[in-house]
Design a protein around this ligand. Sequence first.
Ligand code: 5GP
Length: 183
Amino acid sequence: MAATAAAATAAAATLAAATSSLLRRSPLLRPHALRVSRDFAPRRFARHIASSTNEEAAAKTAAATADTGGPTIFDKIIAKEIPSSIVYEDEKVLAFRDINPQAPVHVLVIPKLRDGLTGLDKAEPRHAEILGQLLYAAKVVAEKEGVADGFRVVINNGAEGCQSVYHLHVHVLGGRQMKWPPG
Ligand code: 5GP
């Protein structure tokens, strides 16, 4: 798994270097009329590929112990045993900033009581109320963070969905233009 991540990082770095070199050397690609977009940053692209690969690797590792129902890092955050930057809290829900933000605003909204919800696929009719509360809290967070006009709500589920923490959580992302389709 680490070898795959390293290979992807190396491949991305090679591609980034080759692209940089081509852009530097080819006058056809650098006329005044064809400015290279600030979005096209080879190093950032390489970092993005490496980071995506790491997330996939982390998700696969996490999936191996996912359904043991054991405690996760979020239990420590709920218990305030480890610090987090809390954005919103009520009796049922806690929202805090993601430690590895993927957008200027990146907040995780979680149920304080997991109640079997290691992932959304474990939802049962009895969870309907908390699921609604999580989504409503996501909207409150978006308002508090000043991104209510445009934001994204994501729930990663399972290894293929890139889930790495097995305590249901809603990602609230905003503060930049989102792309579609997602990666
Ligand atoms: P998932 O990959 O399961 O959809 O999302 C889990 C998220 O939890 C990731 O975005 C990751 O950055 C975040 N995360 C993992 N550990 C911590 C932590 O200790 N503190 C905070 N604030 N976020 C965490």
